[in-house]
Design a protein around this ligand. Structure first.
Ligand code: SF4
Length: 417
């Protein structure tokens, strides 16, 4: 019954454990049951770590005198065999088996449900963590051959990008974002971050990863760095050039990022060309003044010699006027950037903003391109019907559906340009 109540009919307000717990507060027996369940989750979390928690497994192997070279083999086996037991893995050092059995799980999270969008190019994964919380990840499928670059057809072919969550909820509180409305619940461990890639890889071969799901990745810095190092190593072997971390602009973390993860793509959610509008729509911007942020980005670009991706959500009457386009152009004209204009995705009653008209978005793009020679793309809408579009990720538990055949469309987020 509880599970059915938590399931969300289309258009209804989202439910979460806390909301339901309050709603049912007079039903002591049910609450006792929830508490017991949560206790069990926390106890098991304390007892078992994800095998993809790289620092922990290396540390445990080191303490036990086991050669760490077998760790990528374990990860490969687990990725290919979702329901495996530790004893199924062949040829590990004998001391590894009892250690794995006592301290690690092949997966601490479970794939609760999988939902395809009606356009069949976007798939949302609802993943339940060991502590009972939920996070969402989204697979987006493209065919690069359907797009053009410099007037010529692009090379490549079908591929998938995975949008990953780094936290349960988020403390940044951006006013246009469903996740921001949840508040902050917890950080994901590096293993929990990698497990999203493991779950998604079983559904679709993942070529790109973008940290644009729930949470501010740079607020979970240590786990983020560790997870990306796992993703770029054996057996996943993702190119760091195909991983993008999106941030609201956590200055002290950006200062460390290039040293810790060279070649990574950085995307900055700017969303306004001046500090006061930024603060209105992104309260966290008060802690990271625009001028200081731009200075930090100059240093980052000088060190990394890489383009920076600027995300700009288009909010009707808030930041989408011609003057804003000129302010943004002037702010960015000394950078090597690609600006991605993102039409706002409605999030029901959680936000009062409206989507900018196509004409306004197009005029904004023309000013940036024509007057300031800034490469500017407009993000196509994907996954709106499954609340899997940008800014729509929030913990809810839809009914399970199975995956059907996936279609392809032109590239919307080819960050390697
Ligand atoms: S937009 Fe990103 S940083 Fe802002 S509240 Fe949402 S998840 Fe957090």
């Amino acid at each position: 019954m509880l599970a059915r109540r938590l399931g969300r009919a289309s258009g209804e307000r989202d439910f979460c454990f806390e909301t339901v717990a309050c709603f049912l507060s007079h039903h002591r027996r049910i609450l006792a049951c929830i508490k017991h369940k949560n206790k069990t989750f926390s106890e098991s979390r304390m007892a078992f770590r994800s095998v993809f928690d790289a620092a922990e497994i290396r540390n445990q192997f080191d303490k036990a005198g086991i050669n760490p070279h077998s760790i990528p083999l374990i990860w490969k086996y687990v990725t290919q065999n979702p329901n495996c037991e530790w004893d199924d893995i062949p040829s590990l050092p004998s001391a590894a088996y009892p250690l794995l059995r006592s301290k690690f799980k092949p997966s601490t999270s479970t794939l609760h449900s999988v939902i395809d969008s009606t356009d069949e190019v976007t798939t949302k994964l609802l993943i339940q963590l060991q502590n009972g919380a939920f996070v969402e990840a989204v697979i987006m499928r493209y065919d690069t051959r359907l797009g053009k670059y410099g007037g010529k057809p692009r090379g490549g072919g079908p591929r998938s990008t995975l949008c990953i969550s780094s936290q349960v909820g988020c403390k940044m509180g951006c006013k246009f974002c469903a996740t921001g409305s949840m508040g902050f619940k917890s950080n994901l461990s590096s293993g929990e971050i990698v497990e999203q890639l493991v779950h998604a890889s079983r559904l679709s071969p993942i070529r790109n990863v973008v940290f644009m799901g729930m949470g501010e990745p740079l607020n979970n810095y240590t786990a983020l760095v560790e997870a990306i190092r796992v993703m770029t190593g054996s057996p996943f072997q993702l190119s760091p050039k195909r991983i993008t971390v999106s941030t609201v602009g956590i200055i002290h973390a950006i200062n460390k990022l290039h040293n810790d993860l060279p070649s990574l793509n950085l995307a900055v959610s700017l969303h306004a060309p001046v500090q006061d509008i930024r603060c209105q729509i992104m309260p966290a911007a008060r802690a990271f003044p625009l001028e200081k942020l731009m200075d930090t980005l100059h240093v980052y670009q000088k060190n990394s010699q890489q383009k920076i991706f600027i995300e700009y959500i288009m909010l009707d009457g808030v930041n989408d006027e011609e003057q804003h386009a000129h302010q943004l152009g002037k702010l960015l004209q000394t950078f090597q950037v690609v600006v991605n204009l993102i039409p706002f995705n409605p999030i029901g009653t959680l936000s009062h903003f409206r989507t900018s008209s196509i004409q306004r978005v197009s005029r904004f793009q023309k000013i940036l391109r024509g007057t300031y020679n800034i490469r500017t793309t407009v993000r196509k809408q994907m996954g709106q019907d499954i609340s899997g579009a940008c800014g729509q990720l929030v913990v809810n538990q839809p009914e399970k559906r199975s995956i059907e055949s996936a279609g392809l469309l032109t590239d919307i987020e080819d960050l390697h340009i």
